[in-house]
Design a protein around this ligand. Sequence first.
Ligand code: FE2
Length: 505
Amino acid sequence: MLTRTWKRRCFLRATGLAGLAPLVSPQAVAGGEDWSRTFSRSFDADPMLLGWRNVQADRLRCKARIEGRLPEELRGTFYRNGPAIFRRFGVRYRHWFEGDGMVQAFRFDDRGVSHRARVLATPKLVRETSAQRRLFSGFATPVDGGARPRRPDDLNVANTSLLDHHGELLALWEGGSASVLDRETLAWQGFKVWGESLDGLPFTAHPKVEPDGTVWAFGYSFAPAPALVLYHIAPDGTLRRAHRIDPGPLGMVHDFVVTSRHLVFVIPPLVFEPSPGGEVLLDAFAWRPALGSRVLVVDKDDFDTRRWYQLPAGFGFHHGNGWEDAGGAIRFDHCVASDATLMTETMRVIMRGEFKPAAPELYTRFTLHPDGRSEVDETGEEAEFPRIAPAVTGRRNRYVYTVGAPSGESGGWRLRRVVKRDLEAGASESFDYGPGVMAEEHVFVPRRIPRGEDDGWLIGACLDYRQGLSGIAVFDARHVAGGPLARAWLDYPLPLALHGQFSPA
Ligand SMILES: [Fe+2]
């Protein structure tokens, strides 16, 4: 296993956050407003904010209380990852995505469901604990006297997602390296190094694993020049190829699409334009809708063979899937909004207890034709966290599972409905958790020998903020509208997490 421990760290050759250095002066100030106090005041009035409150302990463990009947065939561990520490040493983070990561493991066995959670002791967290203060200004949080990060991993909170591949469990954070975890204790063990020249380079939170175990991934960096780093990893976990390409004006690219022949990157017009007045990295991103959304298509067999498409300006985080038809047209989906307010404002001010409405992310399908034409098919339906059956990654999928808002609902955090979309029939079915519950990502888990694309379960987390409890639900993926087969409730609430991964026993 190639890992880089904190003691063995090296200086990176090209960094994603090297561009941050000039933006963060050692004299950066934390600003006059006390976000902790503002959040506490708002939380007293609105229990929905429970999802953004600090987790109550660094480690948690309990046996879940089961409602309903768990499928006997469902055995394994549902890992989840998300920001969980939002306030340290008197400083409350000023963006949801800055929170220090906590990994959770829901284990399904003959005794039911047990839960463990552990805040990851990343080098960043350990160094702060040792110093008893915040050391670096972060993505959106200026820190009094904060030092300049020397490398992206100085800020690595390992808080976004997970990859379980070839026996190795990795916590992912797109700003820097993946982190290797002990799958039993969930302890942070070191940074993953895919190859000697890749030490410290960013690695996406959304790698794509093809049915044969091949992994495609990317990282984006801004200095010394904008770059996309492409990773091609073999089923045995070894690096086959890595390549660095210049994409021109580059913004945040959170996810990408893999088809049978291509890698597809939708580059939103939220571009990196550092200005002298910016205090934090987020200030260095400017919304430039005149650029539109640029789409880069890269040949999987030859990273130097590329073509570009132009789409209307938009900003979104996630894709469900992509595939190519017999005529060579690339088809993919995206949960995309008309602007980036969700990222630049809503997820920022939520940290002081404010719900700022943002342009909704809508489930949208795109077609890129070989002759350069493109088509956009927008459903108008709010959707996030799209997931598919792993077996159809890069192939034509019939179903996609998302979470969304009830129709007609406005204000607050509206994701409480689980939706199964049948793309061939143009139909959907859904289950609404109801008022007082926030639905998180729901992951498709196939049966051991599936008899169809939707033959399996849909497993997802939810937060019942009125009861002050977190739990997970298990659906029969063939009948989502029928509601959960079973729910597993914990003894405690958890902050909202981001992404999960089910590892069969
Ligand atoms: Fe994501």
